[in-house]
Structure formats: structure tokens, C-alpha cells
Design a protein around this ligand. Structure first.
Ligand SMILES: *Cc1c(COP(=O)(O)O)cnc(C)c1O
Length: 398
């Protein structure tokens, strides 16, 4: 079997930090993936919430191909048009003042943390220099670099790499008193996901996000919202914080931003937008014309095809169908999320169900923690795809 040989070769060459499923994907079309033997899979994982437009969208592909022929990279020592156009559209969609393009979500988080530290440094210059402390949330996920890992609320991920960056304190998500208890004169920022993704799909409560915003205002702290997974329309608003009418000082995006090309961004507004100055931060690839042409195409398509409105409608349908599934199975004990980021919590480990769904039913799903299955499909799924998914998942649950 060609697949088996390829997987063996992969295990020989690729640094083993993943236990992969035994599938070699070859191509995709719409909301379906195909392995090297031509077997079809219905994709409700979207490459971890990346492929918002699905696979092989013609308009997107055309835009990226045109840029590929024209210019792919020049460095940030010069200007390029796609980054300006993508940046303008991202600012218009978010109401933020400035954007910096990165190569990944992790790097967007790094930039956001650097803004926080720089903001504190600017404020305390001339006075005693204590490290700016950042409050992060338990159960959060912000990435795997030393900085992003430092604010990731999962000690299992952090411990083997300690010591990480100093001055990080962890509060409990959706527990305002636990945040208040950590604020002191060196605190400079609070970072959180409006919907915790990897941690098990936990949406923020309105009371908490508004409370944290007020706390930040009262103590001159920057509120950093990580929209890498829940942003770009997935929650049913372009950015999840827009459900609550609070606005961050700094936000991060990535995943669905590039339609499959590696591009992220950190955005800042107000006092946070001018905290860093020339020389403070840089990247060789970040915001190159190829990936920002992809981001521009994604943002254009979001607008012309009313993707966010579609997410609201189809997200409500997914909710309804998962409620029915939950009611019918005693193995399901929780259902959370919004729009097209939803999770089902099981009374049994989710891993075997995800594996069975993939290998026996041709359904791609992603876990989130021990007992949660996460639904982060392409944003362009239709009702028939939801129906088909629920049918296949029902069989996999057994
Ligand atoms: C995926 C993710 C990241 C990390 O993004 P990478 O592109 O993998 O570096 C950070 N924060 C959140 C909320 C994420 O879901």
C-alpha cells in the first residue's frame, strides 16, 4: 500500500512531536478531503479552523496564483501593495488602528506580549524597573514558542520547558475575582481567548469579559484578546469580542486569515498602537505579498459572500442537530460554543470516537482535551453537510 510506505518514510524523517492518524491526504474540494487512494472524507476540522473557505475555492486560488506569478517576497524594508490592502480591510473589520503581519498565530501572540511589556516599560521609564506582569487564564492556549507557551494555561505543555518568561500569573477563566486578586502595580496586561479553543471550547461569559475590560481600564492594563481560533467569522461575528461590545487594546488573528497560507497578525488600537517604535520588532517573511494577497482574497470573499451571516445561520442549525444528538446519547454530557466553533463533551475519552469517525466513517473531527470533540468546519458548510456529519458521528459514537 503506497500510503503505508509513505507513513513509514514520514516517521523516519519528521521530528516526532505528533502522533498522527494513519491517513495521507492528497487533495481537497469544497468541504471534502481525499486520501491518496481516492477515499472521500467530510471535513469538520478545517485543518484546525484554518480552511474557512474550504478547499480549492476558485476566487481565492485565482487571486493567490496571480500574486505568485507577480511577486512573492521582498522583505519589510520595502512597501508592497497586498499587505496594505489586506491591512486596511482587517482594520475596517476590527476597528483597530494598526496591524503587524506575522507568519503564525504564535508569532502574533509574541508580538502582543511585546506590546504589553513595551507599554509597561514606557510607563515606568525613569522609575523603578520591575518586569511588567501579565495575567493569563488557566486552560488557555496561545502557542508553543517560549513566550506564547509562558501564557498558555496548561502546565503539561509548560513544565518540560521551564523556566519560561517571568511575571506571568494565571487566573481562572470566567472568574473575575480570580483576576482581580492578581492585579498589582506591576501588572501591565490581561490575555485571554474570547472562546477557549484547545482547552475544550469554553465561551467567555459577558459578565467576565466586561468585568475584565473595566478592570483593565481602571488599572491602565492592556486587554489582549486572542482571536486566532474563534476570530474570522467563526463565532458568528467577525471577531468574537464583537458579540459583547467590548474592544481589546491588542488582538491576535491567524488560522483562517490566510485561507491556508501561513499568515497571522497582531492588531492594536489607541495607546497600545504606538507603544512599540521602529527597531522594536521585525520579521523577514511576515506580511509578504503572497500571503497577504491570500488574506486580502479571504477578506474580500467574506464580504461579497456574506460569510459571517452564513455562519450565524448554519451555526444555529449545527447547534440544533448537536442538541438532538446529545439528547439521544448518554455518552454526551455537555454542548458548548457559538457559531461554527462548538464542542461536545463526552463521559468517555473522545480520542477513540474521533479515530473511529475518521477511519470508518470518513469524517474528520478534532479533539480538544480528553473528553471533548471540537467542531470547527469550513465556514461554507451547508445544512446537508451538517446532516451527513451527524449521521456519521452518530454511528461512530455507537
Ligand atoms: C492555534 C492557536 C494559536 C497558535 O497558532 P499557531 O499558528 O499554531 O502558531 C494561538 N492561540 C490560539 C487561540 C490558537 O487556537
Amino acid at each position: 500500500m503506497a500510503d503505508k510506505e509513505m507513513m513509514e518514510r514520514a516517521e523516519h524523517v519528521l521530528y516526532k512531536t505528533y502522533n498522527r492518524y494513519p491517513v495521507v491526504f492528497d487533495h481537497g474540494k469544497g468541504v471534502h478531503l481525499y486520501d491518496t487512494e481516492g477515499k472521500e472524507y467530510l471535513d469538520f476540522g478545517a485543518g484546525i479552523a484554518v480552511m474557512g473557505l474550504g478547499y480549492g475555492d476558485e476566487e481565492y486560488t485565482r487571486a493567490v496564483k496571480a500574486q505568485l506569478d507577480k511577486l512573492t517576497h521582498i522583505s519589510n524594508l520595502f512597501y508592497n501593495e497586498p499587505s496594505v490592502r489586506a491591512g486596511e480591510k482587517l482594520l475596517a473589520a476590527s476597528g483597530m488602528d494598526k496591524v503587524f503581519f506575522t507568519n503564525s498565530g504564535t508569532e502574533a501572540v509574541e508580538g502582543a506580549l511585546k506590546i504589553a511589556r513595551r507599554y509597561h516599560y514606557n510607563k515606568t521609564q525613569g522609575g523603578p524597573q520591575a518586569a511588567g506582569e501579565i495575567i493569563a487564564m488557566n486552560r488557555s492556549f496561545h502557542g508553543r514558542s517560549m513566550g506564547a507557551l509562558s501564557v498558555t494555561g496548561n502546565s503539561h505543555y509548560r513544565e518540560p520547558f521551564a523556566p519560561l518568561i517571568p511575571g506571568i500569573r494565571f487566573a481562572d477563566f470566567n472568574d473575575l475575582d480570580s483576576v482581580k486578586a492578581l492585579v498589582n502595580e506591576n501588572t501591565c496586561a490581561v490575555i485571554m481567548e474570547p472562546i477557549q479553543g484547545e482547552g475544550g471550547v469554553y465561551p467567555v461569559t459577558e459578565e467576565f469579559i466586561k468585568g475584565v475590560r473595566a478592570l483593565c481600564d481602571a488599572h491602565d492594563l492592556l486587554l489582549i484578546l486572542d482571536e486566532i481560533q474563534c476570530g474570522m467569522g467563526r463565532s458568528g461575528e467577525m471577531f468574537a469580542w464583537q458579540h459583547y461590545g467590548v474592544k481589546p487594546d491588542v488582538m491576535t488573528v491567524a488560522k483562517a486569515l490566510g485561507g491556508g497560507l501561513p499568515v497571522g497578525a497582531f492588531l492594536a488600537c489607541g495607546k497600545a498602537a504606538s507603544a512599540m517604535v521602529p527597531g522594536d520588532h521585525g520579521t523577514t517573511y511576515g506580511g509578504n505579498p503572497l500571503v497577504t494577497a491570500g488574506a486580502e482574497a479571504v477578506l474580500d470573499i467574506f464580504e461579497s459572500r456574506h460569510i459571517v451571516e452564513h455562519v450565524r445561520e448554519i451555526g444555529a442549525y449545527l447547534w440544533e442537530k448537536l442538541e438532538e444528538l446529545s439528547a439521544a446519547s448518554d455518552k454526551i454530557c455537555g454542548h458548548r460554543g457559538m457559531g461554527l466553533i462548538q464542542g461536545l463533551e463526552f463521559t468517555v475519552p473522545a480520542g477513540p470516537i474521533v479515530s473511529k469517525a475518521l477511519l470508518e466513517e470518513g469524517l474528520v473531527l478534532i479533539g480538544a482535551g480528553e473528553r471533548v470533540i471540537r467542531f470547527v468546519p469550513p465556514l461554507v458548510i451547508e445544512r446537508a453537510d451538517v446532516d451527513e456529519m451527524v449521521k456519521r458521528l452518530g454511528r461512530a459514537i455507537g
